[in-house]
Each structure stands twice: as structure tokens, then as C-alpha cells.
Design a protein around this ligand. Structure first.
Ligand code: ASP
Length: 588
């Protein structure tokens, strides 16, 4: 036996036991003739001590230990003179009688402690060393716990975990596919699944009416700050359900996760908000509802006062920032520059200060009387001492800008506490999204999402305005300003599916080539069905109180989509290229 106990296990009740431990040397230090060693494994750290009166060979061996050496020690558990209440094992130490060096280690390039001194790049390169650190270990433990709870809940509700293939053909999630050349079929390619969408629907056709899978998905997107080219979903589908059935099932799952993993109670039932309300009031389809600062439309009050900027746009909106009336000119200028950055794209920022003494001060004083400014402030629900910030322009665009501003200011004010959880459902999405650029509709969710039955007539209309009004039977699960999951009731009728492709400008031939298999399957008794998928990595990060998903993935990629540890992607040799019938246009 390599060890009798782990390094996180021994307590005061174990005093005088003979034990054998094995692990990594976190650090060794000499103190008054004694050597203290922190021995670490996955479970914790135990202090070892080699006394001043120990045999010379033992002292020598203890003094030869470097950081991250792997050792096995034998000894006796003794009570510590100076206890460390911060450590689970802090009441005891091991009086070492024997040290066996199992393996030496090079000096690690950064400290392997709660807080490392290593920068992100070096830690990514030596990920296996970074993973020895307690914060990462806790993250992976949390990930395991959540996966386990999910499976338990879904198993108890009759879901089968069924694997679907990775080498498939293009899926319709709207991102770019990763492709894999087929050696056996020269010139042909597999696509890696952007999600198992079509397969889970085929499983419904096959009669497996409750499917789940914790599954990897692949999307070749430009990696915005916190995306990964491969990520994990909790993917689910059910048959013979309506939207309410799906929402009830999965908010049950989320409720049990919150309760069993975090000990947090969330409302039952969860709040629901329509997409339209979310956009109008929060300027986002994934509203953070932990705080107010709602967006208010003030177009009618703002126009007709001779202020050309307001008069020439379709929408004027505002938010009230609590207690910010005292902001200086400099602070307001800084904020104006901030909203004008290309990522946000506002043209300018108008303010109204509601001073504590009841007076108002505004950048548009010239055009509005104090009473008119007060009336606008009242509409925005601002009180004395608050600051009203106004943006204007096209409606959705301006609301989105106000939404971003709202989040930024709430963040600065400390209103986005990661330990407060405010989940909700967003429902009643538009089915289609018009792209001015491409002059065509795109599916807001994906092309298998069903229109609401009461909107079927509109769906068959040829007028753009009608089609824009069609609502989808789609829903998103939103937590603290993050879209954590989304899904829909699906089209299960071949005619409606064909109409959908037609609306999306996908010709009959193209639809047949890309999705013929599923249209065909719908002709063989497809049951009504629907489902959703949760972003598992993000779920873990939010449960862990972190913004970034990278710590919750054992071997993540960097912002350029590279795994710098294994150095991938990398070139392949000419033989492989030839076998795959690939010609490189990149200079090698
Ligand atoms: N396949 C969808 C997605 O990845 C989820 C769903 O509709 O079930 O977003």
C-alpha cells in the first residue's frame, strides 16, 4: 500500500497512529534544526516534521527535497504545538520516521499554491502543474458534482443518456463548422457537431422520449473573451411535451442543482419574462435582474423641444443611476467616451442631474425647462440625488447600448454580486431575425424551432412585417446576465419544416442536401417534441462565483483557440496531407 491516508484526512483523533502518506512536496523549510514539509495531494495538505534529533540520513533526505518531489513518508500522527485553524489538518503533524523519494521534480516554473506567481501563459503551458493548485481542483470538483447531480435528477425522471456521433455533417446552430477530411472518401469532409440538435430530434422520432447527454460541441467562432471552440452542453430532448412541460422539468433540475450543490433556494416557479420586455426594460435578451436601473423610453417627452439630436431619431431612452448626481464633469466625460467606443457605438451621452437641493442640471438645459427635465426624470423613476443618462437612435440598438451601460454602471457600483443568483426564463422570442446586410431572414434560435401555433397564419404570409411578428415556441434560461441555456418546441411536421427552409431562403435542393434526412424522418411519425441545452462550462463557472469558464475546463484553449500545452493546432506532414488529398496553400 502506497498510503494509509490521504493528505487531507488526519485529525486530532488520529494522534499516535502510525501512518503512511504519499504526495507532492509543496514546500520544505528549516526552522531551528527541524525540517517542516508541506505534503500535498488532491485532498489537502499535511505538515510533516523531521526533528532535530532524527537520524542523520533522515535529516539529509528531508533536506534534499525540492518543490514538487513525489515522496512517500512513514511516521506517527502527533498534536501540533502551534495549530493552524485555516487547514483541515492543522491540528496535527506527522513525526516522520522514513522518507522514500518516489520521483524527483524539476523546479516548477511558478508557485503551486492557492495564489500562484505565474502569469496566464506559463500556467497554460504547464497546465498539469496549474491543475495541482487548490482553486483549480475545487473548480473541477464542482464540475463533477454538478454533472453528477444533473444525471441523478434526469435519471430519476426517466431520461436516458445516449451518445451521438462527433463525425457528422453540418448542424444548424449558425456558427462555422470544424471540418475533418475523410481519408476513405477523398474530397469529402465530416463536420463536427455544433450541437447534437438533429440527432436528438431523430431520437425522438425513434421513440426515446426522454434523452439527455452531457456532450461536447464544436463551433469555429471568433473567440470572444470567454468562449471555447469546444465546450460542453447538458443537452436534453423530450417528446409529447409543450413549452410548460419543458420549463417545469428543467427548472426542477436547476432548482435541485442550486439546492444540492450550493444550498441555495431559488423561487418556485421561476420568473418568466417575454423577449420584448427584456429588450425594452433591460436592453438585453439575457437580463441581469439582480438590480433595477431599468431602461425607460422617453421619446415622446424628449422630442419637439428643438433639440435636433433627439428629434431626428426614432427612439430616446434613459436609465437612472442611484446617488450619482454628484458626478463630476470629468467622470461624465469619461463615461461619454466610454459609450462612444466602437464596441458600444453611441454617438453621445446626455445627462440630467437631480441635485439633492431639488434643482436640475443637464447637458440639454438650453432646450428643456427645469419642469420638463423633472418630468423626464420622473418617467425614469429617478429621485433626488440620482443621475439620468439618455441615449438615442434606432430603438433596439439604443436599448442594447443602454443595456451595456446599465451593466457597466452596476458593476462599478458593486451590484453584480456573484453570490446572489437571479435565474429566470426568457420566452416569446421572435422566430425570425431580418438581416439588413444579407437581405434575408435568419432563424433566431435555429431552423427547427416551431412558430407558436397561433402564429401559423402569419408564418405562411409572404409579407416581411408579418413574418417579423411570428413568435417562436422558444425559451432561454438566464442567470445573472448570462444565457445559460436555450431551447424550443420543435417543428415536427415536414410541411412546416419545408416552409421554414423556404422562409430562410434555403432552396429545396439545398434543404434536401443538407437536411433531407430529417425532413424525411418527419414523414415517418414524428412525435411532438422539444428540448433545450445548457452551457455546462458556464453553469459551473457561475456556480463557482467566477466569470471565466477556463478554470472549469481541465484542458482549455486560449483566446486564439490554441492549446499551448500540447501545441495544437499544428501542421501535419506531407504524407498525411497526401493521404487526405489535401493541398496546402499556406507556405510551410
Ligand atoms: N441545440 C440548441 C443549442 O445548442 C439547443 C436546443 O435547441 O436544444 O443552442
Amino acid at each position: 500500500m502506497y498510503r494509509t491516508h490521504t493528505c487531507g484526512e488526519l485529525r486530532i483523533s488520529d494522534v499516535s497512529k502510525s501512518v503512511t502518506l504519499a504526495g507532492w512536496v509543496q514546500r520544505a523549510r528549516k526552522l531551528g534544526g527541524m525540517t517542516f514539509i508541506d505534503l500535498r495531494d488532491r485532498y489537502g495538505i499535511t505538515q510533516l516534521v523531521v526533528g532535530a534529533d532524527a537520524p542523520e540520513a533522515l535529516v539529509e533526505s528531508a533536506n534534499s527535497l525540492g518543490r514538487e518531489f513525489v515522496i512517500q513518508v512513514k511516521g506517527t500522527v502527533v498534536e501540533r504545538q502551534s495549530k493552524n485553524p485555516k487547514m483541515d489538518t492543522g491540528d496535527v503533524e506527522i513525526a516522520v520516521s522514513d522518507i522514500n523519494i518516489l520521483n524527483k521534480s524539476l523546479t516548477p516554473p511558478f508557485t503551486i499554491e492557492e495564489q500562484s506567481d505565474g502569469g496566464e501563459d506559463i500556467r497554460a503551458k504547464y497546465r498539469y502543474l496549474d491543475l495541482r493548485r487548490a482553486p483549480l481542483k475545487r473548480a473541477l470538483e464542482l464540475r463533477h458534482r454538478i454533472a453528477h447531480e444533473c444525471r441523478n435528477y434526469l435519471d430519476a425522471h426517466g431520461f436516458l443518456e445516449i451518445e451521438t456521433p462527433y463525425l457528422i455533417k453540418s448542424t444548424p446552430e449558425g456558427a462555422r463548422d470544424f471540418v475533418v477530411p475523410s481519408r476513405m472518401n477523398p474530397g469529402e469532409f465530416y463536420a463536427l457537431p455544433q450541437s447534437p440538435q438533429t440527432f436528438k430530434q431523430l431520437l425522438m422520432v425513434a421513440g426515446y422520449d426522454r434523452y439527455m447527454q452531457i456532450v461536447r460541441c464544436f463551433r469555429d467562432e471568433d473567440l470572444r473573451a470567454d468562449r471555447q471552440p469546444e465546450f460542453t452542453q447538458i443537452d436534453c430532448e423530450m417528446s409529447f411535451v409543450e413549452q410548460d412541460d419543458v420549463l417545469a422539468m428543467f427548472e426542477g433540475m436547476m432548482r435541485s442543482l442550486f439546492k444540492n450543490v450550493l444550498g441555495v433556494d431559488v423561487p418556485n416557479p421561476l420568473p418568466r419574462m417575454s423577449w420584448y420586455d427584456a429588450m425594452d426594460n433591460y436592453g438585453s435578451d439575457k437580463p441581469d435582474v439582480r438590480f433595477g436601473m431599468l431602461i425607460h423610453e422617453i421619446t415622446a417627452d424628449a422630442q419637439g423641444h428643438g433639440f435636433g439630436v433627439f428629434d431626428s431619431v426614432p427612439y430616446v431612452g434613459a436609465i437612472a443611476v442611484e446617488g450619482a448626481a454628484g458626478w463630476s464633469r470629468k467622470e461624465l466625460d469619461e463615461l461619454t467616451e466610454w459609450v462612444k467606443r466602437p464596441q458600444i457605438g453611441a454617438k453621445g451621452l446626455v445627462y440630467i442631474k437631480l441635485n439633492e437641493d431639488g434643482t436640475v442640471k443637464s447637458s440639454i438645459d438650453k432646450f428643456f425647462s427645469p419642469e420638463e427635465l423633472q418630468a423626464i426624470a420622473a418617467k425614469v423613476e429617478a429621485k433626488k440625488g440620482d443621475l439620468v443618462l439618455v441615449l438615442c437612435g434606432p430603438k433596439r440598438k439604443t436599448q442594447t447600448q443602454l443595456g451595456v451601460l446599465r451593466l457597466e454602471l452596476a458593476g462599478r457600483a458593486g451590484l453584480r454580486d456573484p453570490k446572489v443568483f437571479a435565474p429566470l426564463w426568457i420566452v416569446d422570442f421572435p422566430l425570425l431575425e431580418w438581416s439588413e446586410e444579407d437581405g434575408r431572414f435568419y432563424a433566431m434560435h435555429h431552423p427547427f424551432t416551431a412558430p407558436k401555433p397561433e402564429h401559423l397564419d402569419l408564418f405562411y404570409s409572404d409579407r416581411k412585417e408579418d413574418l417579423e411578428r411570428v413568435c417562436a415556441n422558444a425559451y432561454d434560461f438566464v442567470l445573472n446576465g448570462n444565457e445559460l441555456g436555450g431551447g424550443s418546441i420543435r417543428i415536427h411536421n415536414a410541411d412546416v419544416q419545408e416552409r421554414m427552409f423556404q422562409v430562410l431562403g434555403i432552396g429545396k435542393e439545398e434543404a434536401e442536401y443538407k437536411f433531407g434526412f430529417i425532413i424525411n424522418a418527419f414523414k415517418f411519425g414524428a412525435p411532438p417534441h422539444g428540448g433545450l441545452a445548457f452551457g455546462f462550462d458556464r453553469l459551473c463557472a457561475l456556480f463557482g462565483g467566477q466569470e471565466t469558464i477556463r478554470d472549469y475546463i481541465a484542458f482549455p484553449k486560449n483566446n486564439q483557440g490554441r492549446d499551448v500545452m500540447i501545441d495544437s493546432p499544428s501542421r501535419i506532414d506531407q504524407v498525411q496531407m497526401d493521404e487526405l488529398c489535401l493541398a496546402s496553400t499556406v507556405k510551410q
